[in-house]
Design a protein. Structure first.
Length: 351
């Protein structure tokens, strides 16, 4: 997967999204300020949300418990306060691009896809509750832009349905709790999600990430170690602000540490294969064992099992060849308690 010109896979540094979301509190000025602050943290992208209260909320809509805990009393009034118009979003995309950030948007309603897609977003996203909103996923997919799909609060069959339809360019494992306690971060789900993709998708290389709702600066690094290629984390300039998401967000200094630790974890992961590195060569040679003469041996002597043993270092014939060199002849004299190399040996002369 690519977002703009950036490769998004585990083989490349983690792609980190600063989720501004609704932490602008309905102010495009604050959204612009947060975008500029996000650039200083080292994030790859900023993400916003595009919704209108009237298109998203019915009369039956209710507040989530975490929203109530932040003092919200009416879901429609809350969303109306947090809306940004399409022209506001245009300014945010332009701002992000002007400072070298990608711009991503979560779209919540079918009728908003077309106006949103008229802007040069680098990627679109669907929120976890909309994993089962297949008409919305289809319409987002049909824009041709990369689509990141969150999977919070979804079961395996629901996730498989979206994967089988080839809607997503990437999928984020997610726990839909704000904030998520560390003991419920369920980072093992990253591997499980990869397995679902491998089983279900015609493209098993779809990247997997983690939408992080914990309060910890370390969770991103742990998620990268668990196989996440993408991290999404809520971002604010002040945790104490009133609003539904500020309390579950990281402030700039903490977000910067989050990015640094995630990249550090990626570097520690190294290549996604087993290799012998150059820095191991010395210990390998010194600490491995090889075949050694038990006593001084003469040239042309036929080697017996009593003539050889296994000791350090590992610079001679490996132990696995112990039995196969019995019966070989020496080309020249060998001192006792020294390694034997292949160049020291020849086959016996047949009579």
């Amino acid at each position: 997967m690519k977002i703009a010109a950036t490769n998004v896979r585990c083989e490349f540094p983690p792609y980190i999204i600063a989720e501004i979301g609704v932490n602008h509190d309905g102010s495009v000025k604050r959204a612009l300020q947060l975008t500029k602050l996000a650039k200083e943290t080292g994030a790859n992208a900023v993400k916003f949300q595009y919704f209108t209260a009237d298109s998203l909320m019915s009369r039956s809509a209710k507040l989530a418990a975490y929203q109530q805990s932040q003092g919200e009393t009416d879901p429609v009034k809350m969303l109306r306060r947090l809306e940004l118009a399409i022209d506001d979003l245009r300014l945010l995309v332009e701002c992000a691009h002007s400072i070298g950030l990608h711009a991503i948007v979560t779209i919540f309603s079918l009728e908003l896809v077309e106006p949103a897609a008229s802007l040069p977003w680098d990627s679109l996203k669907s929120a976890s509750p909309d994993l089962v909103n297949l008409p919305l996923l289809q319409k987002l997919h049909d824009t041709g832009k990369p689509l990141i799909i969150s999977t919070g609060a979804a079961n395996e069959n629901e996730i498989k349905t979206a994967i089988a339809a080839s809607f997503g360019s990437a999928y984020l494992h997610c726990v839909s709790a704000y904030p998520t306690p560390d003991d419920h971060a369920q980072l093992g789900g990253i591997h499980a999600l990869k397995s679902l993709i491998a089983e279900t998708s015609p493209n098993p290389d779809i990247p997997v990430g983690y939408s992080d709702h914990t309060a910890s600066e370390k969770t991103g690094a742990l998620a990268v170690a668990a196989g996440a290629a993408i991290l999404e984390k809520h971002f604010t300039d002040d945790n104490s602000r009133s609003g539904p998401d500020h309390a579950a967000s990281l402030e700039p200094d903490a977000f910067h540490k989050y990015v640094e630790q995630a990249h550090h974890a990626w570097r520690m992961m190294g290549e996604h294969k087993i290799i012998v590195q150059d820095i191991e060569a010395d210990v390998c040679t010194v600490s491995r064992q090889s075949i050694v003469a038990t006593r001084p041996l003469k040239g042309n002597q036929t080697i017996t099992r009593a003539d050889i043993t296994i000791k350090r270092p590992g610079s001679g014939i490996p132990p696995s060849k112990l039995d196969s060199i019995v019966g070989k002849c020496l080309r020249h004299d060998i001192d006792g308690d020294t390694t034997i190399s292949a160049d020291d040996l020849r086959d016996p002369i047949q009579k």
